[in-house]
Ligand binder design. Structure first.
Ligand SMILES: [Ca+2]
Length: 231
């Protein structure tokens, strides 16, 4: 009897733990991986859930890579193109799961980029989380900058009825080719950036952007393990 109670509580703790976190994207379920002849890694197109109208089938700057252990998203900005945000629709309750965590690594910097100059505002790596209220989208953009200080950022569309964006640098510089993890309380970040409460308890999706069009650079970054959790 005692053994079965322990087993019961062990099971309960596993179940309750798993119910507190939600994998939004880990890229592991991707079909159609192709072996690249010029590389020892396998890569394929970005997953179908990642949406970018009209260009999804032409994406060459976002691919899913399998390194033998894990699949992840690789963003490589191509010179002569414009930066493209790719999104994934994902609804989750941020009152219950306010923390968004993810892993990323910088492979090449957007050298010379800065959030202080609109013409040179390129992100080596950035992650978006979105909310909606009526017809208006509210976006938080988390930036891994090359040299800007953590905590700096900018605002867009404050009075635009369609959408507003608040960008904040959450990491700057560091070593290339090293996976690092971020964990943000999106509810608290929303409050401090927008000076108001979240417009809805439900987030509507995530996105990523790696771009170098303003600085004429070719930044690269990898993204993986987007998870929402209660703590
Ligand atoms: Ca993965």
């Amino acid at each position: 009897m005692r053994v079965s109670l322990v087993a019961f509580f062990s099971l309960f703790s596993v179940l309750s733990f798993s119910s507190q976190s939600l994998v939004i994207e880990d890229f592991e379920s991707l079909p159609n991986i192709n072996l690249k002849s010029d590389s020892n890694v396998m890569s394929g197109p970005a997953p179908e859930q990642w949406e970018k109208p009209n260009v999804l089938n032409e994406l060459k700057d976002y691919v899913v890579v399998f390194d033998g252990t894990s699949r992840f998203l690789r963003a490589k900005f191509l010179s002569g193109t414009k930066g493209k945000v790719i999104f994934k629709k994902a609804e989750w309750n941020v009152v219950e799961k306010p923390f968004l965590s993810w892993s990323w690594r910088a492979l090449d910097w957007a050298t010379g980029s800065t959030v202080k100059d609109n013409r040179k505002e390129d992100s080596t790596a950035s992650v978006y989380v979105s909310f909606k209220s009526g017809m208006k989208n509210y976006v938080i953009k988390y930036i891994w900058a090359h040299t800007d200080s953590v905590g700096t950022g900018y605002s867009k569309g404050k009075w635009n009825p369609a959408g507003a964006l608040e960008a904040i640098v959450v990491r700057t510089g560091g070593e290339l080719n090293q996976w690092v993890q971020e964990k943000r309380n999106v509810v608290e970040d929303f409050k401090s950036l927008y000076k108001r409460d979240i417009p809805s308890p439900m987030a509507t999706g995530i996105g990523v952007l790696t771009e170098g069009d303003g600085t004429q650079t070719q930044p690269q970054a990898d993204y993986d393990n987007f998870v929402a959790s209660s703590n």
